[in-house]
Design a protein around this ligand. Structure first.
Ligand code: COA
Length: 388
């Protein structure tokens, strides 16, 4: 997609990072002041432009952290840059300055760690990068195709567009020269699950349509994992929520940082399990544990997820990238066809069953998405800031 018109409209230059710092005010004496100042310094060291969405968020958090809620008059509609900045700041509502500092610091740290992890040997580098993706980074190197979920400012929540991109990347990876395929996240999160914005701004008379399209999209998405022909490995770099957890039963290996957690808050959201987890989780960990996780929203640490068989191995966060990628590089030098055929043997036994489970889960989800329980939970999520 050509991004130029959007960038022109936002006048990228006017939003460049140094401009954010032109708005520095005398810093308040907060506990996290030192970290906050360090984050401002670190931001200047970023080599890659993080994109307008992130820069606006940084700007808004910075203003909120240093000046408090936005009280300045709304700029005119035609003043695109000022209006975009004002909107971003205003959207933070009454978020306390301490929280804004914290979020600013976390966002910068996510950007820095994402950039440094992309410099780890075997991780995403420009060489071997596939074109045509906005929300993910796809890269093939050393017989490994790596799909990186790349919306760190949204904790890698999966928008509809992103579901489609992941499916496209899996289709390409199935056919490319790689031996193994890896999915990981950019920033501090692995993935925060389905983007709850997928349920917002839908006119009342379009709800049925939204739910129907969502059902078809989810079914297709999960089917891509059921049918994926090569070894598929999850490198869980941080917390995982919702569908990013339920799908793990369809991966062949799951390596996790000890900073990762695994959370499926379905009943909290008035929803129901997907990703074949209603069948695979009880099979992997036994009904007693699966019920606690899928019905009662129990969040697992990486060590617990490993003890219950959902995760293959846990690594200290400090050495996670290095150790995991060294291991994956070795796996990727094994005979490609033998690996693919063996994986298909293992999966083939119950592929039909998995497709049936997937269809049923998506059918139930469609009804859930139309329920008051679900809609109220989504509204509550987006209103949570006003309660801070
Ligand atoms: N859908 C939509 N937006 C999401 C999201 C999701 N799944 N996950 C994170 N975000 C957004 C937040 O709204 C926030 O955006 P904002 O700054 O414009 O308000 C941004 O990503 C950063 O998240 P934030 O909530 O500020 O970070 P946190 O560290 O306090 O909390 C989570 C992180 C993931 C625990 C929290 O965002 C969350 O609970 N998200 C929803 C997860 C979920 O229920 N997923 C669906 C499961 S079925």
């Amino acid at each position: 997609m050509d991004k130029q018109p959007v960038e022109d409209a936002l006048q990228v230059q006017a939003l460049a990072i140094p401009a954010i710092h032109m708005h520095l005010t005398a810093a308040s004496m907060q506990v996290s002041q030192q970290d906050f100042e360090k984050a401002q310094e670190q931001l200047k060291l970023l080599k890659k432009d993080p994109g307008n969405e992130v820069k606006l968020k940084l700007y808004a958090l910075f203003k909120q952290a240093t000046e408090g809620p936005c009280n300045s008059p709304k700029p005119g509609m035609l003043d695109f840059v000022k209006k975009a900045k004002w909107d971003a700041w205003k959207s933070l509502g009454s978020l306390p300055q301490d929280n804004a500092k914290q979020k600013y610091t976390e966002l910068v740290s996510g950007l820095i760690s994402a950039e440094s992890s992309s410099q780890v040997p075997g991780a995403a580098a420009e060489e071997g990068r596939h074109d045509g993706y906005e929300n993910i980074i796809v890269n093939t190197q050393n017989n490994i195709t790596k799909i990186t979920l790349n919306r760190p400012e949204m904790k890698n929540a999966i928008s509809h567009e992103m579901y489609r991109e992941i499916m496209k990347a899996l289709e390409e990876a199935a056919k490319d020269d790689s031996t193994i395929v890896v999915i990981t996240g950019n920033g501090d999160y692995y993935c925060s699950g389905n983007d709850l914005k997928n349920f917002t701004n839908i006119p009342a008379d379009a709800m049925e349509k939204m739910a129907k399209e969502g059902e078809a999209l989810f079914r297709d998405f999960v089917a891509h994992f059921i049918d994926f022909p090569k070894p598929l490995i999850a490198v869980v770099n941080g917390p995982a929520v919702g569908i990013s957890v339920t799908l793990l039963g369809l991966f062949d290996l799951v390596y996790a940082s000890d900073m990762a957690t695994f959370h499926t808050p379905f009943s909290q959201l008035g929803q129901s399990p997907e990703g074949c987890s209603s069948y695979l989780f009880p099979k992997i960990m036994g009904a007693a544990k699966a019920n606690e996780i899928l019905l009662f929203n129990k969040k697992l640490t990486a060590a617990e997820a490993c003890a219950h068989g959902l995760v293959t191995e846990v690594f200290p966060n400090r050495t996670f990238q290095k150790e995991v990628w060294a291991r994956l590089k070795a796996y990727a030098s094994l005979p490609k066809n033998s690996l693919a055929i063996s994986k298909q043997l293992l999966r083939g036994v119950e592929k039909e069953k998995l497709h049936a489970v997937n269809s049923q889960e998506c059918e139930v989800l469609k009804e859930r998405w139309l329920s008051d329980e679900c809609l109220n939970a989504v509204v509550a999520f987006f209103q949570r800031k006003s309660k801070l």
